[in-house]
Design a protein around this ligand. Structure first.
Ligand code: SAT
Ligand code: MN
Length: 588
């Protein structure tokens, strides 16, 4: 009798008709062999991997994708629940049978002449009861190698799966990278994702957003836990005590920089546990514990440099894990290293842009694609927390939400209780930047930074958050931050980056009851003298402005939140609707 995993592989072989089936064992030798093969192998007329300078960037390769395939395609991403209501206004929906027919037609024979890579993997450290078993098939060697970096693949997963049929099934083929035949279909009820026509990270590394957020958020709802788009950090204070935080930020708010922060404050240190996804469970003692299901960073390259994120630069140059991949970055030909805008101040003279053309400033385009990425093991990270592989996860004392807002939202405030914290998170907004499509500067609502990643109706999701709050014994404190407030001259008032550690210190002091806060209409604000601003050149008046709650701004904010809530109809929990009414009354 074949095991359920073997049956799945057989079924996939019969569907895709590959020339060969290769089951990954997850060893370094295997990865080296596959990478060497990928250096000679072409897809779409492009060599899959090009070796970079290993003296400067050990184990590194460059990959260019099809120019039509450089980001997640939200409009082609579907949640296929039995009813549309389950998927909610936050998801594109298709009937599951219709979706499967469509995908099976695309999949039929799609791997003729190709190898089907079978990737057994575990999300989370295999020893953990919170970890989940998964199997992905793919015909992309780039995807197969990326999955080795981002998760625990191979033998350890095969052993964990054993004879079980309870594992996530991820079915992927890059097809012929045709944007008209590109779909990412989620079937939460069946623990299944089907993806066709894209080789890009979030569309193709199915353990990442597809499984660890969309499918897992649904599982979490069923099983009483949370799958969140959050960083996990431990902040060590001068007394050596470590306080663990989660943090959720929409894109372009410096989320990864915070995950790898070097605090400006003496005696403080940030330990990194995750930069993107947290699975949060209620531990045996009734407190919240978080694990990072991933094993690597899939980060945006542009803007990453020694000034903005020195720890990430060191991570990228570390030689611990094979391989490190750079996708759609430029290449500096003088020393064969990856290059992108923001890595340093000077533009090298001999640069190849992300599409393989000789770079010239006159083209008026960046050399690296704005969404170019690095894929690097978390074990390369010099600030990796010793608790990263702890099967129970780390106990969470604070949850930080943040957005990019030039006005309205103070530098920091604390939610009075869990419910108001859920309200703050549910109405999280951030201004769009040039990197995102659409109007620059418009406020886009992105509850819990989960809008594109919640695999079920967002109204039910808010209710699930409220329910978790009722079950947890010692709830973490919830904070809202805004590093991006501007003055009348359109200048940022707060320095940001390493100075954000001053705000984290205040949070730790609040958690430990060392300082108290001032009540306001929106929550609890810091007292001016409880912020550690030593050595920072900032006027008292500026800090006062940073912390100001302006009622006129808030009246507009509340109107916008009302409009946003309306898109979910009567699915918004009554606790949140009531809170909004109370807030409105406080602004009169
Ligand atoms: O491609 S991912 O979804 O993993 C990253 C992103 O686009 O946010
Ligand atoms: Mn993300």
């Amino acid at each position: 009798m074949p095991t359920p995993m073997e049956s799945f592989i057989n079924e996939m072989r019969d569907l895709f008709l590959p020339d060969e089936v290769y089951i990954m064992d997850g060893t370094k030798e295997e990865a080296i062999r596959l990478a060497e093969f990928a250096e000679k192998f072409t897809i779409d007329g492009r060599v899959v991997l090009k070796k970079l300078n290993w003296q400067k960037y050990p184990n590194s390769y460059h990959h260019s994708s099809n120019p039509n395939d450089v980001a997640r395609t939200e409009h082609l991403t579907f949640v296929c629940t039995p009813t549309q209501e389950e998927a909610g206004a936050n998801n594109n929906w298709l009937n599951p049978d219709e979706a499967k027919n469509k995908m099976n037609n695309l999949f039929k024979g799609a791997m003729k002449g190709r190898t089907m890579y079978v990737i057994p993997f575990v999300m989370g450290t295999p020893k953990s009861r919170y970890a989940k078993n998964c199997v992905q098939v793919t015909d992309s060697i780039y995807v197969a190698l990326s999955m080795r970096v981002m998760s625990r693949i191979g033998k350890q997963a095969i052993e964990r799966i054993g004879n079980c049929s309870d594992f996530f099934r991820g079915i992927h083929s890059i097809g012929n990278v045709n944007p008209d035949r590109r779909f990412i279909m989620h079937f939460p009820q069946e623990n299944l994702v089907m993806s066709f026509g894209s080789g890009y990270g979030g569309n193709a590394l199915l353990g990442k957003k597809c499984y660890s957020l969309r499918i897992s958020s649904y599982l979490g709802k069923q099983e009483g836990w949370l799958a969140e788009h959050m960083i996990i950090i431990g902040v060590q204070a001068p007394d050596d005590k470590i306080t663990y935080f989660l943090g959720a930020f929409p894109s372009a708010c410096g989320k990864t920089n915070l995950a790898l922060l070097e605090p400006v404050l003496k005696g403080y240190k940030v330990w990194t546990l995750g930069d993107d996804i947290a699975w949060i469970n209620i531990g045996d003692n009734g407190k919240l514990y978080a694990i990072n299901p991933e094993a690597g960073f899939f980060g945006v390259a542009p803007g990453t440099g020694m000034k903005t994120n020195p720890v990430m630069m060191k991570t990228l140059k570390n030689d611990k894990f094979f391989p490190t991949l750079f996708t759609n970055t430029a290449v500096n030909n003088s020393d064969n290293t990856p290059w992108w805008e923001g890595i340093c101040d000077e533009i090298p003279s001999d640069l190849t842009d992300w599409q393989g053309r000789k770079y010239s400033k006159d083209l008026g385009q960046p050399a690296a694609h704005p969404n170019s990425r690095f894929t690097v093991s978390i074990y390369n990270c010099p600030t990796l927390s010793p608790e990263y592989d702890n099967p129970y996860g780390v106990p969470i004392s604070g949850i930080i939400f943040g957005g990019r807002r030039k006005d309205t939202i103070p530098l920091v405030y604390e939610a009075k209780d869990w419910e108001s914290g859920v309200f703050i998170a549910s109405s999280l907004g951030s201004e769009t930047t040039a990197a995102a499509t659409g109007k620059i500067g418009a406020v886009r609502r992105d509850p819990m930074a989960m809008l594109p990643f919640c695999g079920y109706n967002m109204g039910d999701y808010f209710q699930h958050w409220l329910n978790i709050g009722k079950k947890v014994k010692e709830l973490p404190k919830i904070f809202m931050v805004n590093w991006f407030r501007k003055d009348e001259d359109d200048k940022f008032m707060w320095p940001g980056f390493r100075d954000n550690s001053r705000i984290i210190k205040w949070m730790i002091d609040i958690i430990e009851g060392k300082v108290d806060a001032v009540e306001s209409e929106i929550g609890l604000l810091p007292r001016l003298d409880s912020l550690d601003l030593a050595g920072l050149d900032i006027d008292k008046e500026v800090v006062e402005k940073l912390l100001k709650v302006n009622k006129d701004d808030w009246k507009k904010e509340i109107e916008m939140i009302e409009e946003f809530y309306a898109t979910f109809g009567d699915k918004i929990p009554k606790e949140l609707r009531n809170y909004l009414v109370e807030l409105k009354n406080r602004m009169i």
